[in-house]
Design a protein around this ligand. Structure first.
Ligand SMILES: Cc1cc2nc3c(=O)[nH]c(=O)nc-3n(C[C@H](O)[C@H](O)[C@H](O)COP(=O)(O)OP(=O)(O)OC[C@H]3O[C@@H](n4cnc5c(N)ncnc54)[C@H](O)[C@@H]3O)c2cc1C
Length: 43
């Protein structure tokens, strides 16, 4: 199984981390957990 990343909070910071992590290692399985109903589109 490949590496997995879980990001808590899908605001600007969380979305940016997810995008950058995916750019650096496309094989990562990335999940974001957000307590509110909306997530950021920042990247
Ligand atoms: C009134 C106001 C107006 C602003 N206007 C602008 C603007 O016009 N332009 C601009 O560039 N910036 C603006 N900012 C600043 C901008 O909102 C912040 O810089 C940016 O949102 C910070 O992003 P962040 O990801 O660090 O934090 P946040 O946006 O706070 O994101 C953190 C996320 O984590 C989630 N979270 C926290 N704890 C948990 C948990 N335990 N489990 C699951 N999810 C969790 C929260 O629900 C949230 O969605 C404004 C800020 C405020 C307060």
């Amino acid at each position: 199984m490949g590496k997995r990343v879980v990001i808590i909070g899908a605001g600007a910071g969380g979305a940016s981390v997810a995008a950058e992590a995916g750019r650096r290692d496309p094989s990562l399985a990335i999940a974001m957990i957000e307590q509110r109903g909306q997530v950021s589109v920042a990247a």
